[in-house]
Design a protein around this ligand. Structure first.
Ligand SMILES: [Zn+2]
Length: 157
C-alpha cells in the first residue's frame, strides 16, 4: 500500500478532468475493483485483504446498483483503504447505508473522503463559475447522485 500522501497525489492527478474515474484511481493504487452480480440490494460493497495485490486489498461492488451509487461505494471503499487500512483486518462489508460495523465516525470519514474524490471543490467552483448552478446538471457533470451533489453544495433537500 502506498503512503497516504502518495495516494492523495494519485487522486489529485485523477481529478484533473470530470467525471472522476473511481476505478482508475483504485487501479492506480494497485487495487482491483470487481462488480459482483446477484448480491442482495442492501449490500453495497466490500473490501478484502489480498496480500498478493500491489495495493494489499481488492474492492467488490454491487453490480445491480445504479452507476452513480457504485461510483460512490467504490470511492467510499477507497477511503477505507487510504485512511484506515489497519481497521480493515481481513475485510469489511458495507450495507446499503455504507455501514460496515466500523464506528460511525470512521464511516462518516470514508463518506467525506468519497465526496472529496468525486466532487473536487475546484472543479465544482469552475462549473458554478461557468453558470452551471442546478443540482441536477452538476450531478450529471460529476456523475454522482443528485442527493450527493445537494449534500456537497449544502442545499437543503
Ligand atoms: Zn464503510
Amino acid at each position: 500500500m502506498v503512503s497516504i500522501s502518495a495516494a492523495l497525489e494519485i487522486i489529485r492527478e485523477h481529478q484533473q478532468s470530470i467525471p472522476v474515474q473511481t476505478v482508475g484511481i483504485a487501479n492506480a493504487l494497485g487495487i482491483k475493483v470487481y462488480k459482483v452480480p446477484g448480491w442482495p440490494a442492501d449490500l453495497s460493497g466490500m473490501v478484502r485483504k489480498n496480500v498478493d495485490s500491489e495495493g494489499g486489498f481488492d474492492i467488490f461492488v454491487n453490480q445491480d446498483h445504479p452507476e452513480v451509487r457504485r461510483r460512490f461505494t467504490i470511492a467510499h471503499e477507497i477511503g477505507h483503504v487510504v485512511l484506515h487500512p489497519h481497521l480493515i483486518g481481513d475485510g469489511i462489508t458495507d450495507d446499503a447505508l455504507l455501514r460496515s460495523g466500523l464506528s460511525n465516525a470512521v464511516e462518516a470519514q470514508a463518506n467525506r473522503f468519497a465526496a472529496d474524490i468525486l466532487m473536487p471543490r475546484d472543479k465544482l467552483n469552475e462549473c458554478i463559475g461557468k453558470g452551471i448552478t442546478s443540482v441536477r446538471e452538476l450531478a450529471a457533470r460529476f456523475n454522482v447522485s443528485e442527493q450527493s451533489m445537494a449534500i456537497r453544495l449544502g442545499v437543503p433537500q
